[in-house]
Design a binder for this molecule. Sequence first.
Ligand code: HOZ
Length: 419
Amino acid sequence: MDSKSLYAKAQTLMPGGVNSPLRACRYVNAEPVFIENAKGAYIYDVDGRQYVDYVFSWGPQILGHQDAAVSEAAHKAIDLGSSYGAPCYGEIALAEEINKMIPSMDMMRMVSSGTEATMSALRLARGYTGRKKFVKFIGNYHGHADAFLAAAGSAAATVPGTPGVPEEVTQHTLLAQYNDLEAVKTHFEESGDDIACIIVEPAAGNMGLVLPAEGFLQGLRDLCDKYGAVLIFDEVITGFRLAPGGAQERFGITPDLTTLGKIIGGGFPVGCYGGKREIMEHMAPVGGVFQAGTLSGNPVAMAAGLATLKRLQESDYAALEARTKELAEGLTAIMKEKGKSVFLNQIASAFTMYFSETPVTNMIESGKCDADAYATYWQQMLAQGVYLAPAGFECAFTCFAHTDEDFEKTLEAARKVQF
Ligand code: HOZ
């Protein structure tokens, strides 16, 4: 069946025909293509078309699809059984590797998604401090647990005001604009004794890519230290992408807890939260804070994650960053030549080119971007074999399998876009 027929059938079985709303491509006024397979830097749809991928499953496939070492590790693990619901060596091996790459994670817990990781980290911070409130940034997205669905980014920003989340649940969620340290200070001055934690994307990836202003992360660290609150870095996107040790290595700021997902599963469903031993020992069965999961520490996901992290330690992050910068600046220059006002945010192997009249440093500015221009750009890039995120509030990701020819093809496609 072709993509069109599959989409028609899917809509009879799943709301919007999808299992995660952005995939319906409504933000870009289009219909989704259905994927048949993926290899290296490319995905292939059921209609026989090849695309240079810049989504990579929204981040996990930083090595490219079907990396040989990752596939081999996953296959070997499957041959030993796909799930035990009991401890296995793979959990220790992955935890040790994570601890080596992100030393602030003394102890950790594996879960099955980033949403579970952030939800559990918030519960732990609340249980550890005995406080209810927490600070969250407008346009940051920490998965879809109720407490985080206040001014959330990513797909949630395209469906504001989610029915089903009682206001009593988000009344303890204190909001601040990203990069606005003064707003966070005010929250602490007003209710510092009742703030359990700050949770932040250390580089935001769900309102497009937005980088932390100079001093912002240090300011959050200082406020948490002053008021005895827990600093949580949500590194579901930035972990192993901004540097082998994530954003905390890149920016030199150490959180108390870190949440991970995406890349640590090597393409399988995994999340993880962890940090200071003293805090983590509040988790059951050592402490009283509860969290559990049948598929937590799944042996296949552990094996794929471990193989991914090992491969990343021998990968040239600096070279990929330099090539990504060149590509992103090239795209930006092309759009400017076409008379479009665009601003670029880029770091490591992630970037967002905003169709915007101003630089983008927070959700207010991101929200003002020209969604129609992005939709036109997206549709015409897709038609020329370039697969970008079907929403403006996301990042474009490059991967270690992209060739210079892939980037040249992408630039060539951009040159042909007509507004
Ligand atoms: N949460 C992802 C965007 N940051 C989207 C996941 C999906 O639709 O697959």
